[in-house]
Design a protein around this ligand. Structure first.
Ligand code: SIN
Length: 347
């Protein structure tokens, strides 16, 4: 008799645990590599010289058993790379997979290297067609380090992606207990776990004990209000970035980019988008002859770049790598400089 009641109790426990689990939000984790999946044999105190993109999505998920208490998790390996090697091909694959998955899950987490996370985040912010949360997360220390930041960051990202509070906020980056909007977030330090900042607008929230708290929103259109759609695209228009500096020799690079098929060039200008005369004349000619769209951004890391009224366009306050993303997407729709400038003014 005692044995039977114990069995019934155990069955009841399993049944309620299963019912409880089914009520948890469905969160898909798409892994792309980076330091969060980084590993080294050199020891726990080593945080450089490791291999990024060494561990699989299953290893990352299994390292944080607490995830199963806050979400029904599935994992997929999209690629396993150092994000400094990110490609348009991976971006298109990610965008298409996210748009499909969001029809059935409540939120998505993308594990990603921190080096180019801001570019992938901004790209997805403009091409994901859903108001469900999409969160990018990474780590500054490899998984083998003492005090690795990956597990806590991943827990926060899953909590955020599964939260109804995060709906309609666009694509976000969750790092170091902080929530950033994809448009404004940027990596500002090579080593520190507090590397991510949003210099023009600030963070949009924090995550405390697995609960997101929002204090601001992304003001520019994103996701469901964005006009860009990459479904069916096999490639993206080629846009390259030039830098300006004392005794600038970049005209050679600009010519090579155009020869290689660049449809657009973004210049990391000095100050408010100034460009050295050594390359400026050539760039103005390109713009005048409609050979390429030239967009002025700034190498300062923040601030508005005004229009120079010389045929070149201005990137608003997007940094060069973000301006490049927007120009690529703009070029999927039009070659008209006036329309492209209006896109920069809007997004
Ligand atoms: C990477 O971006 O893949 C390496 C660096 C990092 O994730 O912090």
């Amino acid at each position: 008799m005692k044995k039977i009641s114990l069995l019934v109790l155990a069955m009841l426990f399993c049944f309620s645990a299963a019912v409880y689990a089914q009520q948890l939000p469905k969160v898909a984790i798409l892994a792309t590599g980076g330091t969060i999946a980084g590993s080294t044999d050199a020891g726990g105190t080593v945080t450089t010289g490791y291999k990024a993109g060494a561990l699989t999505v299953d290893t990352l998920i299994n390292a944080v058993p607490e995830l199963t208490k806050i979400a029904q998790i599935t994992g997929e390996q999209i690629c396993n790379i150092d994000s400094s090697n990110m490609t348009d091909e991976v971006w298109l694959k990610l965008a298409n997979r996210i748009n499909t998955l969001l029809q059935t899950v409540d939120g998505i987490v993308i594990t990603h290297g921190t080096d180019t996370m801001e570019e992938t985040a901004f790209f997805l912010n403009l091409v994901v067609k859903s108001n469900k949360p999409v969160v990018l997360v990474g780590a500054m220390r490899p998984a083998t380090a003492i005090s690795a930041d990956g597990p806590k960051n991943l827990y926060n990202a899953v909590a955020l992606a599964g939260s109804p509070l995060a709906k309609g906020k666009g694509v976000m980056v969750a790092m170091d207990d902080t929530i950033y909007g994809a448009r404004d977030v940027t990596k500002t330090n090579t080593m520190l776990t507090s590397t991510f900042k949003a210099p023009n607008s600030g963070a949009i929230g924090t995550i405390i004990d697995g609960t997101p708290h929002f204090y601001a929103a992304q003001s520019r259109p994103h996701t469901t209000r964005s006009e860009f759609n990459v479904a069916g695209l096999k490639s993206l228009p080629k846009v390259d970035i030039l830098y300006t500096y004392s005794n600038d020799g970049s005209k050679v690079a600009a010519e090579a980019f155009i020869k290689a098929g660049a449809k657009g060039l973004v210049v990391a200008g000095s100050g408010a988008g100034s460009i050295h005369e050594n390359q400026l004349g050539y760039l103005r000619e390109l713009a005048k002859n409609k050979q390429a769209i030239v967009v002025r951004s700034s190498r300062t890391g923040s601030g508005y770049v005004p229009n120079a009224n010389d045929g070149t366009l201005n990137a608003d306050n997007l940094n060069p790598q973000k301006a490049r993303v927007l120009l690529m997407l703009a070029l999927t729709k039009t070659n008209d400089p006036k329309v492209i400038q209006s896109i920069f003014d809007k997004y």
